[in-house]
Design a binder for this molecule. Structure first.
Ligand SMILES: *Cc1c(COP(=O)(O)O)cnc(C)c1O
Length: 216
């Protein structure tokens, strides 16, 4: 792996990987782990050291928020007001403030989840959001198209950075917590870092390729 500069967090994406693999990275000093399934993350949370910071990076259904609310460190995948409301409600029950990122649709592929900038503006200007006491929006998350075109990847990460800057200037200018740009995966994290990423989500470059055929 290329080195990760200071100021950029390496999030080790451990989805589908066994607990022993996570412990190996843990012994090496890694404390931030990313999972995309609620059940799998909760099982690993219960089994593994409690100083691990668990990041939910996959699409989150509202009916599953309650399982992660007691312990999740950062939800990267907030893509609706409804989901944010649910996170706020469950966080309140746990007497916590849950940190969240707004996920944006920046790739040209249709299958990826995420908001458009205008939709984020609607959330941030809603009365409902303004009332929320138990969520903290800390920044943005996005994925680039899976492509060999480095130009396109640069362009998409620049776009996400421009959304971050727009939101920072218009809604979070006096909020120190709004500072996170979660972008870059194994294929494209060096480009993401060039474009201003503060968290890279790296799975296969750390743990090896995932084998979905072994999943139960
Ligand atoms: C799986 C996944 C990653 C990591 O992908 P790799 O290509 O294995 O580095 C990063 N972000 C999200 C949202 C993922 O689902």
């Amino acid at each position: 792996m290329a080195t990760i500069p200071e100021g950029v967090t390496l999030l080790a994406v451990s989805k589908t990987k066994p607990e022993c693999d996570i412990m190996e990275a843990y012994e090496f000093g890694v404390r931030d782990f990313g999972e995309n399934k609620v059940q799998e993350m909760t099982r690993k949370y219960e089994a593994l050291p409690k100083d691990i910071r668990w990041h939910l990076i996959g699409h989150l259904q509202t009916n599953k928020v309650k399982y992660i609310a007691p312990y999740v460190h950062l939800v990267h995948s907030v893509d609706s007001l409804k989901l944010l409301q649910e996170i706020n409600k469950e966080a309140q029950k746990c007497n916590r403030v849950i940190s969240c990122l707004l996920q944006f649709h920046t790739a040209s592929e249709e299958t990826k989840f995420g908001l458009l900038q205008d939709e984020a503006v609607q959330i941030l200007e809603s009365e409902s959001y303004k009332q929320m006491q138990n969520v903290q929006i800390c920044g943005v998350m996005g994925m680039a198209t899976n492509t060999d075109s480095t130009d396109l990847i640069h362009q998409e990460f620049k776009h996400l950075k421009s959304i971050f800057d727009f939101l920072k200037n218009n809604y979070f200018s006096d909020n120190q917590s709004f500072k996170t740009i979660s972008m870059g995966m194994s294929q494209d994290y060096p480009i993401a870092i060039e474009e201003g990423s503060t968290i890279v989500r790296v799975g296969s470059s750390i743990f090896g390729e995932r084998d979905y055929s072994k999943q139960s």
